[in-house]
Design a protein around this ligand. Sequence first.
Ligand code: SF4
Length: 348
Amino acid sequence: MTQTITPVEIKPHPVVVPAHPHWPALSAEQKQALKERIKALLKQRNAVLVAHYYTDGDLQELAEETGGCVADSLEMARFGSRQEAQTLVVCGVRFMGETAKILNPEKRILMPDLNATCSLDEGCPADEFSEFCDQHPDHTVVVYANTSARVKARSDWVVTSGIALPIIEHLAARGEKILWAPDKHLGHYVQRMTGADMLLWNGSCVVHEEFKSVALERIRRLHPDAAVLVHPESPEDVIEQADVVGSTTALINAVVEMENSEFIVATDGGIFHKMKQLAPNKKLIAAPTAGEGATCESCAHCPWMGMNALQNLAEVLENQNNEILIDPDIREQAVKPIQRMLDFAQNR
Ligand code: SF4
């Protein structure tokens, strides 16, 4: 297929990135007491904990110990739909809570911090995006899951990183021109792989954008047998060095299934918790981010994901505040493109 990408000069929308939150250190006893309190509150409130792979390891453990789940954003939403519990507590970022609400309107969705957003979501305001769509009425609008409910409501399809490629292939095979938002790196990657005709919004993930190709080359020379695992939100010159490019779930599976004993991992460091749990004998090396922090695991952490902690999880269960609410009309529009993706995934 011929590459027919149309470059669009869109200025990136300014995003204010918060400092990484520093939670007061807890002694082992304090941490245990807090975990026990959260477990009791989950029972009292008939609530289930749903956590993303990028959140703190303590939250991931609690979710698993209490019958909740730790997953990527798509599986978090699917898991929520299967639960009888009337309250879902989403440890992650806001679009994940919103997706849970869109798919489960009858349930109450709580989050430890409603200010936990995402640079992709923040960088794609609904009004500006809607204007962009209006300027290109002949394009099918495909948005990444990392968007607000209002942006989803303006789209034809929602995709996650795990299913973006087959959906774009499917649309390209039907001759459709695609308007893609918000992640330009993932959009470029999908475009390169499929040859689809795509207009790209100019957004990026502040965590993945920091992975640096020259430093990655250097670290690969130090670990020549290591497989390089890269999330497709990363820049093109980092993706080009990957042995595996995929969603968080695909990268975790690669560590478990590949024979290599060492892996260089280019995605949020929170993912190491699940990788170590499933493959304790494998050596995991954080891909280098800006500057010379080549082996610093703490560099690649999302500041918004870091807003989830044991302390505010206990508070939200105690106070039952921080509820995700969505305008019913927006919800009605937003559920259609999400359902389209879920149906596509089921029928593949
Ligand atoms: S890691 Fe990037 S894509 Fe994920 S929530 Fe943070 S800013 Fe958004």
